[in-house]
Design a binder for this molecule. Structure first.
Ligand code: NAD
Ligand code: UD1
Length: 330
């Protein structure tokens, strides 16, 4: 298949591009390089053997997006492009709504104009808001979302639902990621955000390299075994393979899947896993709770396993090993 990957030079998009190329698909990438580097394309080529055609393009530039689609004749779109920093989205809501919503609407318009009727969208467990600790696809979405970033994911899901109502041939597969970690086992590509990170693993990586002196663990008085929050951390290569499985099983309509492992790990367990892989301590301290954090979030991944034949295979220990390799510390 000929596949357009928006945001394909980013963290999850680049890992997915590798899996797609290795499975024999033709991949083209559109990205404005806001949060990624063009050199990732050479690494994809090194790992997968083919350098994807690349368009340095902003989804907000509709004329350019349309031109790319008119020439591209794509079978399907994998849509990763978006801004994703939760705290920043609270400070700059208009920028987040414009980039993520208007960008997606432009993409959908270009797809409609050029007859592309299949999309796989990078959604997030954040759409479940405060629905509970163990989440299935039929758990409530949209209630208790605490930030504009999460709202954009929920709103884009709604836009895709509406298109599926209007057009019964349209396929919108929505992948709700839990917490992606790790990187390609080659160590050639990984999470390399521009600017100061907010998520746990990019911060752990900066503590490991000495760029940040210590990890602040946000809260140790939660109602969990060790008092720190638990999350479902999924290796990014498993996540990438989930996209391939979703692509192979696409069907018309709005179809959401959780991509998670079904196992929750606490922050302290993550620190210990890193220390074991690295063979040295990771400087850390306990700090105040972070506003908006829930004690425990975990996927029920049964639907993806049943319908897509996909299951996460890597462990948190594998993610730590690969992270160290990416950092050049192994
Ligand atoms: P990333 O920032 O590494 O990749 C996103 C890419 O999109 C970047 O390369 C960026 O330059 C590009 N981009 C942003 N706005 C654009 C625009 N207007 N036009 C063109 N390109 C644009 O992020 P990621 O971690 O790879 O996430 C990919 C997708 O998965 C995002 O939609 C994100 O919200 C979603 N997601 C990520 C996580 C996570 O923890 N990493 C969790 C759940 C969902
Ligand atoms: C966060 C977002 C979520 C988004 C997801 C993307 C919030 C409230 N939620 O989820 O909307 O979809 O990122 O991956 O921002 N932690 C520390 N110290 C740190 C950083 C994190 O202790 O310096 C802890 C957090 O309290 C949390 C865990 O590590 O318990 C994971 O945090 P993070 O990587 O930010 O992910 P989420 O909060 O699950």
């Amino acid at each position: 298949m000929k596949i357009m990957v928006t945001g394909g030079t980013g963290y999850i998009g680049s890992h997915t591009a590798i899996e797609l190329i290795q499975a024999g698909h033709e991949v083209e990438i559109l990205d404005n390089l806001f949060n990624s580097k063009e050199s990732v394309l050479d690494k994809i080529a090194e790992i997968a053997g083919t350098r994807p055609v690349f368009y340095n393009c902003d989804l907000l530039d509709y004329a350019k997006v349309l031109e790319i689609f008119q020439n591209g004749k794509y079978d399907v779109v994998l849509h990763f492009a978006g801004l994703k920093a939760v705290g920043e989205s609270v400070e700059q809501p208009v920028r987040y709504y414009e980039n993520n919503i208007t960008g997606t609407v432009n993409l959908l318009k270009a797809m409609q104009e050029t007859g592309v009727s299949k999309i796989i969208f990078s959604s997030s467990a954040t759409v479940y808001g405060d629905a509970g600790a163990i989440l299935s696809e039929d758990s409530e979405t949209g209630h208790g979302i605490t930030n504009p970033y999460g709202q954009t994911k929920f709103m884009i899901e709604q836009i895709l639902r509406d298109i599926c109502v209007a057009d019964s041939t349209f396929s919108a597969t929505v992948l709700r990621y839990f917490n992606p970690v790790g990187n390609h086992p080659s160590g050639l590509i990984g999470e390399d955000p521009n600017g100061r990170p907010n998520n746990l693993m990019p911060i752990v990586m900066k503590v490991a390299t000495g760029e940040i002196p210590e990890l602040s663990i946000f809260g140790n008085d939660y109602p969990t075994e060790d008092g720190t929050c638990k999350r479902d951390y999924i290796h990014v290569v498993d996540l990438a393979k989930g996209h391939l499985a979703a692509l192979e099983h696409m069907k018309p309509g709005f179809v959401p899947y959780n991509l998670g492992t079904g196992k929750a790990t606490s922050v302290i367990e993550m620190v210990k896993a890193f220390e074991e892989a690295a063979g040295r301590p990771l400087p850390h301290k306990f700090a105040e709770r972070r506003a908006g954090d829930l004690p425990e979030l975990c996927a029920n991944p049964a639907k993806a396993e049943k319908e897509l034949g996909w299951k996460a295979e890597f462990t948190v220990a594998d993610a730590m090993r690969d992270t160290l390799k990416f950092l050049g510390k192994e």
